[in-house]
Design a protein around this ligand. Sequence first.
Ligand SMILES: C[S@@+](CC[C@H](N)C(=O)[O-])C[C@H]1O[C@@H](n2cnc3c(N)ncnc32)[C@H](O)[C@@H]1O
Length: 195
Amino acid sequence: MLEMIIVLTVFGALAILLFVIYIALIVMAVEALFVPLFDVPPKVPSQKKMRNVIMAEIHKNFPDAKTIIDIGSGWGGMAMRAAREFPHADAVGIELMPLPFCCATVSRCLLGPKNCRFAFGNAVRFIKDKKFDIAVCYSGPELMKAIEPHRDNFKVVLSIDFPLPNIAPSRTVTLHKDRMGQHVLYVYEALGTRR
Ligand SMILES: C[S@@+](CC[C@H](N)C(=O)[O-])C[C@H]1O[C@@H](n2cnc3c(N)ncnc32)[C@H](O)[C@@H]1O
């Protein structure tokens, strides 16, 4: 009887493991379909040094921000960091790819600050009819081009490495250099004041 319970437990655990792997493979396959459809950049999370500079910028120049959006929030690190650093603000991350979105949502539920949430979908559609004090981006040239027409929905845009294509930044902050090249933070201020 005991042997049978052990065998059933082992087989049950194996079946659950295989099921989880199967679901992960399906999610990854679906995700792969999204890449050619939406021309999304690689899912490289921002580096800690980049997040430090963004947080320092908000602390120094925009400490009263009430709403912060991470456009293309990936695995959720930037949005959750912003939520922790600015507990009086609401942070939201919007992400197009299912796997990073699910992981970000699970991390947020397990560890995350309550003032952070994640939404799934195309950021361009998501931001269309919403206003935010600060938009944080590390998303690639295509997305910057697509969000530029909605720039008045933000008071401030902080974008790492990818500028808005047709607007001169208020200022730039030179970050570190690594094998990906020189990193730069583009700061766009007073955008939403033209509302
Ligand atoms: C370089 S990652 C940055 C992740 C995160 N912001 C961070 O700082 O760690 C860029 C993310 O933008 C997402 N993305 C690209 N285009 C998007 C779109 N149109 N709508 C929503 N997310 C998008 C990608 O799937 C990717 O996860």
